[in-house]
Design a protein around this ligand. Structure first.
Ligand SMILES: *[C@@H]1O[C@H](CO)[C@@H](O)[C@H](O)[C@H]1NC(C)=O
Ligand SMILES: *[C@@H]1O[C@H](CO)[C@@H](O)[C@H](O)[C@H]1NC(C)=O
Ligand SMILES: *[C@@H]1O[C@H](CO)[C@@H](O)[C@H](O)[C@H]1NC(C)=O
Ligand SMILES: *[C@@H]1O[C@H](CO)[C@@H](O)[C@H](O)[C@H]1NC(C)=O
Ligand SMILES: *[C@@H]1O[C@H](CO)[C@@H](O)[C@H](O)[C@H]1NC(C)=O
Ligand SMILES: *[C@@H]1O[C@H](CO)[C@@H](O)[C@H](O)[C@H]1NC(C)=O
Ligand SMILES: *[C@@H]1O[C@H](CO)[C@@H](O)[C@H](O)[C@H]1NC(C)=O
Ligand SMILES: *[C@@H]1O[C@H](CO)[C@@H](O)[C@H](O)[C@H]1NC(C)=O
Ligand SMILES: *[C@@H]1O[C@H](CO)[C@@H](O)[C@H](O)[C@H]1NC(C)=O
Ligand SMILES: *[C@@H]1O[C@H](CO)[C@@H](O)[C@H](O)[C@H]1NC(C)=O
Ligand SMILES: *[C@@H]1O[C@H](CO)[C@@H](O)[C@H](O)[C@H]1NC(C)=O
Length: 832
């Protein structure tokens, strides 16, 4: 009922917006004939932003700018003629003869220009609803110029702060000189990539603040960024040299922006009531935020007095200065490291070790290596120039080979940093023994209590016991094994309990619990059968609903390897990925516990005779967008670079609001094989969604996921399974013939959406091209779907025809040749 009402409502909204398009287009555009003068403004189509002339407070100078239309406090987000104000109100904003957007003064002198290099006929400028002012040659052409590429001091949603590591071109925020003077001030902020992409603020050319590297979800040096902004930001590497940061908040009911103010502070502000702004976060809350405040090997803690201290094993370089509170020269090592001593000819003594510092803002200038956690430590220990390391699941291994600068101790959040110290500076062995002994005793007591409680609980449950006795004893054995493993580990690591930490992060369910929650994996609770094992629906004792995937035994991984993978994958969190709640490993059984999705999978909706009606075009487009975002996150935004390898409608789950969530990601990793582009002998995946190179040669890459995405996209639009494209000669011919519209599901065939649907079909066809190189990357797919890229290339022959799993390369070449003779026309897809 609720759903039906929603669909009606959105249909109405869509109708209204179609209506508005025709009526409203007049007021958001500037052309040579339709310029604006000082007293006029234009307003974006949806009414969110206004463009016009304004004076800053306490100033009579006139500037051209863009501001929020719906917020009572006048808030400028962009200024055109920042460095060249108009002195009176006789200025105009228009299009020049050569097609430039220009501000002219009373004597028609050019005050400001968009500085196009080539002249264009009949160009026009349009203020988009995102707040972007764009200059277009003609309606179908790409943007010739856009204000988002020339930001002022404000970072708003959908804008891209970028840097190109090949050309060195940067898009930066620049502060105003003063609140009454928008001209370019001393401070700038933007992305830079040294070894890892980071956000920086500069005072002139001097670095004054850094965010810490991006780990796929957050900047790890920003305290409390986790909870609040996890969904909003993405930092994208387009693999063509450009890295950009952009954000869209999931809660669109109020605007949020970031302003680099006149003092060099970056402020996050939201307008909750459309009246004023509330600053919700800012840089430089404490002195510790100032870059390198405590010098080399000094650590800053805003809760201490004085705030700076040398790391353990280090002492002030100049004690007198340090005591006076001048920390600039920092600290130096007290006891040389073993390898330094060896290099200087004296006897080496005992091996160096690591001091663990918790909750740290990691130092600047990290290197990067792909080593896993354990290997990261050894790599650092073996290399004499390595002074510290840290590991973050989203980034990987970060060793440091130079002085550690800009360290900060957080009160919450932060990352563990391991600093290399000479053996004599570390805890004495006796202490370690003591710690281990205490740990063992506590462990034994704890285990005892657990066993006791478990025994009592089991005694209670005896009535409805489902598992055979042999399996129950296994639980005990296994628990003990695990405990032993932990103890062994802690001895190796001088008391740093690596596995313990991991286990704490990821809840471990026991088999008994999962068995009882799923009624002993009863057939009636089975939700489906994936490539990696069956999935059951369950309900925990606290009422939470879960989905339990019982992995088939083929993975061939050891316990520890498996745990590592699962922990890593559990850290991948994105609103378009299904969340992993925990796991269970007992004896032969390995299970993954996921959040339960009440609406099951996309295929259940799409290919059901009744339900597709619930999926109108808007919703379908949202689903397509969501899937592409999730996929982008897997491919790009997380350092793990996961290739899904089995993307299909049944692996897309839908939550209550029909938001898509990709499931089964990371399975390929757990089941072996985690290179970027690799050959695999055992082809996982589903016939029909597999790219030709994967099906034929077992070659997989990001582009094979793009292929599967393309198939999925076409399925979503057509409402038909891809298998019908093979079986039914007629059906697949529709890809070729001019009648693209015929492919579209009847339910969504409305003239209002035709262009958008055709565009999606076009993108789908680009994704399913035979050659991986021809297919776009996911980030480009997203830009195409959002119409940021307007001119789409023509797709080459789609792979649907005569495809077979060829036994060898020669016959696959035959296939290709056959395809290229078959002259396909898809020109219809181009816009009209
Ligand atoms: C701007 O144009 C409007 C309408 O074209 C006109 O009424 C107004 O006087 C003009 N203002 C100035 C300052 O030229
Ligand atoms: C404008 O001037 C008044 C009076 O000098 C001052 O109180 C106010 O802070 C100024 N506003 C800005 C934004 O500079
Ligand atoms: C505005 O200033 C320009 C010079 O910048 C001058 O030529 C023009 O006459 C002025 N207009 C008015 C109305 O004062
Ligand atoms: C356009 O070019 C002129 C001359 O090179 C320069 O002074 C001006 O700052 C440029 N404007 C913009 C918006 O880049
Ligand atoms: C520009 O627009 C004018 C008037 O609409 C039209 O006559 C002219 O042909 C156009 N020029 C080009 C190159 O499209
Ligand atoms: C649109 O503009 C581009 C570049 O200015 C030009 O190449 C193209 O032919 C134009 N298209 C139309 C339909 O005018
Ligand atoms: C900007 O830098 C200049 C010198 O580089 C300095 O004189 C001026 O005070 C600075 N302004 C601010 C607001 O820090
Ligand atoms: C920025 O640098 C200028 C000198 O270059 C200095 O006077 C000012 O205090 C600095 N401001 C900040 C916030 O670092
Ligand atoms: C958005 O935020 C407002 C105010 O905090 C809240 O009432 C609303 O429920 C939020 N909406 C969503 C979708 O999170
Ligand atoms: C702090 O020490 C550095 C290096 O010795 C020196 O250059 C600087 O002037 C000192 N700063 C102050 C405020 O004394
Ligand atoms: C030690 O690390 C540095 C920097 O990462 C690297 O250049 C060097 O080759 C490494 N040395 C050895 C022996 O691995």
């Amino acid at each position: 009922m609720e759903l039906v009402r929603n669909t009606n409502l959105s249909a109405l909204l869509v109708l209204l917006s179609c209506f508005c398009l025709q009526f409203g287009s007049a007021t958001d555009t500037i052309t040579a004939a339709k310029f604006i003068n000082d007293s006029e403004t234009i307003i974006s189509n949806g009414g969110d932003f206004k463009l016009g002339f304004f004076s800053p407070p306490n100033s009579t100078d006139r500037y051209v700018g863009i501001w929020y239309a719906e917020i009572s406090v006048f808030t400028v987000v962009w200024v055109a003629n920042r460095n060249n104000p108009l002195k009176n109100s006789s200025g105009i904003l228009t299009i020049s003869e050569v097609g430039n957007l220009v501000v002219l003064d009373g004597q028609k002198k050019v005050i400001w220009s968009s500085n196009l290099t080539n002249s264009v006929d009949n160009s026009s400028a349009q203020l988009l609803d995102s707040g972007n002012l764009v200059l277009q040659g003609n309606t179908t052409g790409a943007f010739l110029w856009e204000s988002f590429q020339h930001p002022s001091n404000t970072f708003i949603e959908k804008m891209k702060i970028s840097t190109n590591v090949r050309t060195g071109k940067k898009v930066l925020l620049t502060s105003w000189k003063s609140p009454s003077e928008p001209s370019i001030g001393n401070f700038s902020a933007g992305i830079d990539v040294r070894y890892l992409p980071e956000f920086f603020i500069w005072n002139g050319s001097r670095l004054i603040w850094r965010s810490g590297p991006w780990n796929g979800q957050v900047f790890i040096g920003v305290q409390k960024m986790y909870s609040a902004y996890r969904d909003g930001f993405s930092l994208v590497d387009d693999k063509e040299g450009t890295f950009y940061l952009t954000f869209t908040f999931s809660n669109e009911s109020f605007p949020t922006n970031y302003v680099l103010n006149e003092q060099g502070k970056l402020l996050q502000a939201s307008s909750f009531n459309e009246e004023d702004w509330e600053v919700t976060w800012s840089t430089f809350k404490t002195e510790c935020d100032v870059y390198a405040n405590c010098g080399a090997f000094g650590s800053c803690n805003s809760q201490n007095t004085p705030i700076c201290s040398c790391l353990r094993g280090f002492e002030p370089k100049n004690r007198e200065e340090w005591n006076r509170g001048n920390w600039t020269s920092g600290c130096v090592r007290r006891t040389p490291l073993q390898c330094e001593r060896v290099n200087h000819g004296s006897e080496g003594g005992k091996k160096d070790g690591f001091l663990k510092l918790t909750k740290m803002k990691l130092p600047d200038l990290a290197d990067w290596s792909s080593a896993r956690e354990e290997k990261c430590r050894n790599q650092c220990l073996e290399n004499c120039s390595c002074v510290a390391y840290a590991f973050d699941a989203g980034i990987g291994c970060m060793p440091w080979t130079r002085s550690l600068i800009d360290l900060q101790k957080f009160s919450s959040g932060g990352i563990d940093l391991y600093v290399r110290l000479a053996y004599s500076e570390l805890d004495k062995e006796g202490n370690v023994k003591l710690i281990v002994t205490v740990t063992v005793i506590i462990g034994v007591i704890f285990t005892g209590i657990c066993i006791y409680l478990l025994w009592r609980w089991m005694a209670k449950q005896k009535g409805n016991m489902h598992l055979p006795l042999s399996q129950r004893t296994k639980i005990y054995n296994h628990r003990e094994e695990e405990e032993m493993l932990l103890l062994n580990k802690s001895e190796d690591n001088h008391g740093e309990n690596v596995n313990q930490a991991k286990l704490e992060e990821l809840p471990i369910f026991n088999l008994q619990e999962l068995a009882s929650s799923t009624n002993s994996f009863h057939r009636s609770n089975k939700l489906g059968q994936g490539g990696f094992g069956p999935v059951y629906r369950g309900k925990l004792s606290d009422g939470q609903e879960i989905a339990v995937k019982r992995l088939s035994k083929a993975s061939g991984q050891g316990l520890e390897e498996f745990m590592n993978e699962v922990v890593v994958i559990s850290k991948l969190q994105h609103r378009n990925l299904v969340r992993l709640l925990g796991c269970c490993i007992e004896g032969e059984e390995k299970m993954l516990v996921y959040e339960y999705m009440p609406n099951k999978s996309l295929d259940a909706f799409l290919f059901d005779p009744i339900k597709p009606k619930l999926l109108d075009w808007r919703r379908r487009f949202k689903i397509i967008e969501g899937i592409s975002r999730g996929l982008l996150y897997l491919h790009r935004d997380s350092r793990l670079r996961i290739i899904h390898r089995d993307l299909k409608a049944s692996n897309i789950l839908l939550d209550e609001e029909l938001n898509p969530k990709i499931s089964d990601f990371g399975m390929a990793r757990i089941f072996g094989g985690n290179e970027d582009q690799a050959n695999t002998t055992r082809v996982v995946g589903t016939y029909g969604y597999m790219s030709p190179e994967y099906a034929m040669k077992g070659q997989f890459s990001e582009k094979s996921d793009v292929f599967s995405f393309g198939v999925l996209l076409l399925e979503i639009i057509s409402g038909r399974r891809n298998s019908s494209f093979y079986d039914d000669e007629q059906a697949w011919k529709m890809w070729n013939v001019d009648n693209m519209v015929a492919l579209t599901d009847l339910i969504i065939r409305e003239p209002c959406f035709e262009m958008e649907i055709l565009r999606c079909i076009h993108v789908g066809l680009l994704c399913v091209q035979d050659f991986a190189n021809d297919r776009p990357t996911v980030s480009i797919v997203i830009s195409m779907l959002k119409s940021e890229i307007i001119d789409l290339p023509l797709p080459k022959q789609p792979a649907f025809t005569e495809r077979q799993i060829a036994p060898d390369a020669s016959s696959s070449q035959n296939n290709l040749r056959k395809c290229s003779i078959n002259n396909v026309t898809v020109t219809m897809v181009q816009g009209r």
